[in-house]
Structures are given as C-alpha cells and as structure tokens.
Design a protein around this ligand. Structure first.
Ligand SMILES: Nc1nc2c(c(=O)[nH]1)N[C@H]1C(S)=C(S)[C@@H](COP(=O)(O)O)O[C@H]1N2
Ligand SMILES: [Mo]
Length: 258
C-alpha cells in the first residue's frame, strides 16, 4: 500500500462491492506515514516476532484508548482485531452521559442509561468474530442484553418490519430485519473479552450480531429506531450486503460464526 493512503477503512471492492464510492476518501484524511510519525512508531512495519508483537499490541491497545483522534484505528493489533471508525474522532461516553434511545414504531419509546442496561439480565456468548475484509478472531466472549428484550420493553407495533441502529460517532448506521433483530444471538453488548467495552471497540455499548459479518455490529450505539422496512446502513450504501450472514454473503466463503 502506498504509505500516504489512509488505511483505516473497510474496502468494499474486496467483498464484491463496486468500489466506485472510494470510502477511503471519507475516512481520516491522514496518511499512515504521518500517523506513524505522530506516534513515533516508524519501525512498526518490521515488528513481526510474536513476542514483540504482543508488547506492541498491548501498547497500541492502550494508545488507542487514549488517542482522542481515533487514528490508532489505522493499525492492525489487539489480538487479531483491527480498530475501525469511519470518523476521525468519536466523543467519549460513560456511565454519566451515555444514553440509548428506542423509538420509531413502538408503543413505549425508551431511554436507557448504562446503569439501566446493566440492571437487565445479561447474556454471554463465545463465538468467532469475522470481518468481511478477511480477518477472524476466534472464541471472543461478548456479553450484554438481548436486543429482543429491549424491543419487547418498547412494544414493537404490528406494522414494523425492521430496526435501524445509529451511533454517537455521528456517521455510522446499521439495520436488521425484525426477525434478525429478535434472534437470541443478537446483543446490545456491554462487555467484550470479559471486560467492559473499551472506547476503541465501541464502548460503552455496541451492537453484537453474532451470525453476521462484524460490520453489522455497530460500535458506539446510541439509537434504535423501529421502522417499516430495512434502511441500508453505512457500508451497505457502499456495496456491502444487507443480509450479512457469515459465509453466505458478500461473495465470501467463511465458516459460519453461529
Ligand atoms: N460506529 C461504527 N461501528 C462499526 C464500524 C465503524 O467504522 N463505526 N466498523 C465496523 C466494522 S467494518 C468492523 S470489522 C467492526 C470493527 O470492530 P473493532 O473496531 O472493535 O475491531 O466494527 C463495525 N462497527
Ligand atoms: Mo469489518
């Protein structure tokens, strides 16, 4: 890759999309070289030994949590995870200021604080994570509240057919059909790898859609709107499949994750 190209992006062209929308141009307009200079990690490219890499990943993991620009999202790290954001910075939310709203075609619109969500029954699942660009992280625990429980609390109206998700990064969105959203393996996740979700992984709350490619698992989740029909999400407007079953979509051939 050219060292001045932004690299913090998904690439629809690798997944059968048209690639004509050049999503890279929408990401952080800062090149890898500039970024590496910023962190003083010019030698990063030659770090390959597993032990060294583990130290590096630990460093980057903590750097990512402190980096207000989100630029550490450019780097492969974190035990196989890559950190993605389509915006160059994301506000931080915590137990004081985090809110999740549920509205749209519901009888009882809801607003949940983090404490509200923590007080509900939690479900833990351990499955592989699969990104549509190819990387996979085996046996990753996620824990949180079943989305179906929150939808039931809000009282979904008979005319509803889908759910739209919005994020406090101000840009990302996702969607599921109502049937997909009601699956037992779809969580409003508060924890990953048995820790509270870090900011870089979408904390304090992200969606977790176990059977689908990881782009469905919207980070920094702030809104759930029940709609009549599916509205394509951020990447889906740029070429990804709306029904993103792992191994049965996006022209890929991966082992299912559920
Ligand atoms: N808000 C938001 N959610 C997002 C994304 C994003 O850019 N912004 N990227 C998606 C993609 S393509 C992937 S692979 C995963 C990456 O999650 P991670 O950064 O925790 O590894 O988040 C998904 N959810
Ligand atoms: Mo992804």
């Amino acid at each position: 890759m050219n060292s001045d190209e932004p690299v913090n992006t998904e690439r629809p062209e690798e997944s059968g999309g048209t690639g004509t929308d050049q999503p890279e141009a929408r990401g952080t307009p800062v090149g890898r070289r500039v970024f590496l200079g910023t962190l003083g990690l010019g030698a990063l490219g030659v770090v390959a030994a597993p032990t060294l890499q583990r130290g590096l990943e630990a460093f980057l993991g903590s750097a990512a949590d402190k980096d207000p620009t989100g630029l550490t999202g450019l780097l492969p790290n974190g035990g196989g995870f890559r950190y993605y954001s389509v915006t160059s910075s994301v506000p931080r939310k915590n137990a004081e200021n985090y809110r999740l709203t549920i509205d749209g075609l519901v009888d009882r619109p809801q607003t949940f604080t983090l404490a509200d969500l923590r007080a509900l029954p939690q479900t833990r699942m351990v499955k592989d994570v699969q990104c549509v660009t190819g990387w996979r992280v085996p046996d990753t625990p996620f824990e949180g509240v079943r989305l179906s429980r929150l939808l039931d609390a809000a009282g979904v109206r008979p005319s509803a057919g889908a759910v739209r998700f919005t994020c406090f990064d101000g840009a990302y969105s996702e969607s599921l059909t109502l049937d997909q959203a009601r699956r037992a393996d779809v969580l409003v996740a508060l924890r990953m790898q048995d820790k509270d979700l870090s900011h870089s992984h979408g904390g304090p709350v992200r969606l977790y859609v176990a059977p689908m490619y990881f782009y469905k698992s919207a980070k920094w989740l702030s809104g759930i709107t029940v709609t009549e029909d599916v509205k394509p999400g951020y990447w889906e407007k740029r070429g990804y499949d709306i029904d993103a079953w792992v191994g049965r979509s996006n022209g890929r051939d991966d082992e299912p994750t559920s």
